[in-house]
Design a protein around this ligand. Structure first.
Ligand code: ADP
Length: 281
């Protein structure tokens, strides 16, 4: 039989169903991406506002001190010296803040390659721990290493970046704990349930017996836009407030996760994970 030239093509109802499902999935995916974009834009706006705020206070202190020095010519040497010291301290705060902002920007920029090296975890963490033992900053704390025996496999890390993670966690542990308290470095392996079977991961925890963090601040502690004053360094001249954001950014780029458990008056435990590989991989 001759086919009519204008006859509609026969489309199976199954095909229509699968096409409309695909269209629906694509729309959902687009809407999720849109939401994510909006969230990132909001976070960036908040971060700009926070950075302007954090930059303003040392700059105001420096400006006021300079005005004071310029206005009064009958200042004593001691007055001059204390004014110069204040300018020096506030300039250091600005330098640290700008250095941390730039560091965070570089780590989050995925077009910048990290320098990954394959290394055995026990070798790396033991070496780090012995460096910490020799570091005068931790003289007033009891340092403990709790490493799983016969830890197998290896990690692929940018060594200087993971050292930075540990430095940030250790300096915080010492900063927010009284003298004589304990700081423990726990290193162990875990099996993580993944859809495609089990994956081995390394879990690293820096645990202190210090001040602890209020429960209401815990969900925001790694968020760089978080500005609730109780969760920032009490003396604003001692930290940029970006230390934990840097930790999260570095661990995310290594394919791991960060978390924190803390109880006021008992202490805090900051953990991160890293994928574990077979030595031959
Ligand atoms: P900074 O220490 O420069 O303020 P961080 O990002 O390193 O910035 O830490 C953010 C906040 O989290 C700190 O201001 C502090 O309130 C809290 N914090 C971090 N580590 C600890 C800790 N080990 N114990 C108690 N509080 C902590």
């Amino acid at each position: 039989m001759k086919k009519n030239a204008f006859e509609q093509p026969q489309i199976e109802s199954e095909t229509i169903e699968s096409l409309s499902q695909k269209l629906l999935n694509a729309t959902l995916e687009l809407s999720e991406k849109n939401q994510e974009l909006k969230r990132i834009q909001k976070e960036q706006r908040e971060m700009m506002a926070n950075i302007s705020h954090d930059l303003r206070s040392p700059i105001t202190a420096i400006r006021n001190t300079v005005d004071y020095l310029c206005a009064d010519i009958s200042l004593s040497l001691a007055d001059y010296q204390s004014a110069i010291k204040l300018i020096d301290r506030r300039t250091k705060t600005l330098e640290d803040l700008i250095a941390d902002m730039y560091y965070l920007f570089c780590v989050e920029d995925t077009s910048r390659e990290l320098c990954y090296q394959k290394i055995e975890p026990c070798m790396f963490f033991e070496e780090y721990f012995y460096d910490v033992l020799a570091d005068k900053r931790y003289d007033k704390h009891m340092l403990i290493l709790d490493m799983e025996e016969n830890l197998s496999g290896c990690i692929k890390i940018d060594i200087s970046k993971i050292v930075r993670v540990l430095d940030n966690l250790f300096t915080n542990a010492a900063k927010y704990s009284p003298e004589g308290s304990h700081i423990t470095l726990h290193v162990s392996s875990l099996c993580e349930d993944k859809k495609l079977g089990e994956a081995k991961i390394l879990k690293v925890t820096v645990q202190d017996t210090g001040n602890g963090i209020p429960a209401k601040d815990l969900p925001h502690i790694f968020n760089r836009t978080y500005t609730v004053s109780s969760a920032r360094t009490p003396n604003s001249s001692t930290g940029s407030g970006l230390g934990l954001s840097i930790v999260k950014a570095i661990i995310t780029r290594h394919g791991g996760n960060v978390s924190c458990e803390s109880t006021i008056g008992v202490g805090s435990a900051f953990s991160f994970t890293l994928p574990l590989f077979e030595k031959t991989e």
